[in-house]
Design a protein around this ligand. Structure first.
Ligand SMILES: Nc1ncnc2c1ncn2[C@@H]1O[C@H](COP(=O)(O)OP(=O)(O)OP(=O)(O)O)[C@@H](O)[C@H]1O
Ligand SMILES: [Mg+2]
Length: 434
């Protein structure tokens, strides 16, 4: 914190005049080198109270008159002084002093100002030039502080935006890991079952092979043949292949389905997190919607059913991972707005050179006061830890960078509808967001 330079630092001790001193004497004093930088000299009463200021310019005016010095020279200075000089107390702040002095400043500047102590007694003079220099110094110092504050602010804002991104990425990864677990679980189970079922089948195959060998061997003894027959019959009973066929087909189909789901999730995740090296890719926004829905599935599924009405869309140039982030935030917000189990409708369509996506929920809606602030950075109504309040402000910026817009209508108790519009022909410069 900067220390306010005391007004005292502007104080220039100058010995004061008494009111009886003659005008000529004052003129001589003003010529003395130590008074050179003053525009005026102070007149002070015996008890130290300031009475006025005699300005150099007043004396010059007098002496330039014909016989001025003869007519006025011996008169007491009290007659020509300014009896209402500017008096500033030493404990006044620099700003306040500057305010008082500039309020009364005249052009050209004819006077200095008198500085007094708390008791109102004369302590010295201050000059306007010193005051201006001090103020300039203050302003320069403030500017430095402000510039630094601005740099700090930008840095922490960038960090927050980054951590919001990381937080949503973390959420997403957790969701996807959860999604992966279900198919992974039953693929694993199925494999165990297949292993359990194939053991007796292998035993059966081995017993039948032994029986076949025996039958083909003319030297095979009756008793060995009988054993081989017996073993093959038991193995067949154990494995019950005729009952297995259906189970095996089902297990293979389920396992394949599980693996397919895992594959889809992997592709979705890859699409979602696609780094936009080529910033403007030609993208079907419906793919972004599907990808965002896939990623958000885990956080939505207990909150709402999702209805999709996706129309045919032209491919548009955009930064898909950024648009995915916008859609994910709209979907998450919609799910988080549900008090019970609700409905989220996602629609897309194209019209007159624009692509539209609407995300509508029948959640708790927003009051006009909340609605007014939702795009402000850090505005959130969610508990600490659940929302940073950056989702919509980042989304707004992303959509703006794409030359599009986000509009919203909401009714408390009824729900909310966000409408995202993006131009088909990207003319706005796609900016790389930090
Ligand atoms: N669909 C919606 N229904 C009701 N309120 C909403 C909806 N979408 C946004 N809001 C309101 O707007 C606020 C700001 O939303 P935003 O997405 O910017 O931040 P957040 O969701 O609170 O936090 P974050 O997105 O950073 O996790 C929310 O806290 C909520 O009050
Ligand atoms: Mg949000």
């Amino acid at each position: 914190m900067e220390v306010v330079p005391a007004l005292g630092r502007l104080l220039r001790p100058v010995s004061a005049l008494t009111v009886q001193i003659s005008i000529s004497d004052v003129a001589d004093r003003l010529l003395m080198p130590e008074h050179k930088s003053f525009l005026s000299l102070p007149v002070v009463a015996e008890d130290g109270r300031p009475l006025g200021l005699v300005s150099r310019s007043t004396l010059q005016d007098i002496f330039m008159q014909r016989f001025g010095r003869d007519l006025w020279g011996r008169k007491p200075v009290g007659e020509v002084m300014n009896p209402a000089p500017l008096v500033v107390s030493l404990d006044t702040s620099l700003e306040e002093a500057a305010r008082q002095i500039t309020a009364q400043l005249q052009s050209p500047i004819r006077d200095d100002f008198i500085l007094v102590d708390e008791a109102g007694l004369y302590q010295g003079l201050g000059t306007v030039l010193d005051l201006l220099k001090a103020m300039e110094h203050r302003v320069a110092q403030r500017n430095r502080v402000l510039r630094k504050a601005l740099v700090d602010l930008k840095e922490s804002q960038a960090q927050l935006v980054q951590s919001e991104k990381m937080a949503s990425l973390g959420q997403m990864v957790a969701g996807v890991a959860h999604e992966l677990n279900t198919p992974l679980g039953y693929v694993k189970n199925n494999l165990q079952l297949l292993q359990d079922l194939t053991g007796p089948l292998l035993d059966l195959a081995a017993a039948q092979a032994r029986l076949g060998d025996c039958l083909a061997d003319p030297g095979c003894a009756e008793v060995d043949l009988a054993r081989a027959l017996d073993e093959a019959a038991r193995a067949r009973e154990q494995a019950a292949p005729e009952l297995l066929a259906e189970d095996l087909a089902q297990l293979f189909a389920d396992t394949q389905y599980g693996l397919q789901q895992i594959g889809e999730l992997a592709v979705g995740l890859k699409d979602f997190a696609r780094l936009d090296r080529a910033m403007s890719e030609e993208v079907d926004l419906n793919d972004c919607i599907r990808s965002a829905l896939l990623i958000a599935r885990n956080s939505i599924k207990d909150k709402a059913e999702v209805q999709q009405r996706l129309g045919e869309l032209p491919r548009i140039a955009c930064a898909p991972s950024q648009i995915n982030q916008v859609l994910l935030n709209l979907l998450t917000n919609a799910a988080q707005a549900m008090d019970g189990y609700g409905r989220i409708q996602v629609k897309s369509w194209s019209e007159a050179g624009w692509v539209f996506v609407s995300v509508q929920d029948n959640g708790r809606g927003m009051s006009p006061q909340v609605l007014e602030r939702i795009f402000d950075p850090f505005f959130t109504t969610k508990p600490v830890g659940q929302g940073t309040g950056l989702g919509l402000s980042i989304s707004y910026k992303i959509v703006q960078d794409h030359g599009g817009s986000i509009r919203v209508v909401s009714e408390p108790g009824r729900g909310t509808r966000f409408l995202l519009s993006l131009p088909c022909n990207q003319t706005a410069n796609l900016k790389r967001s930090a």
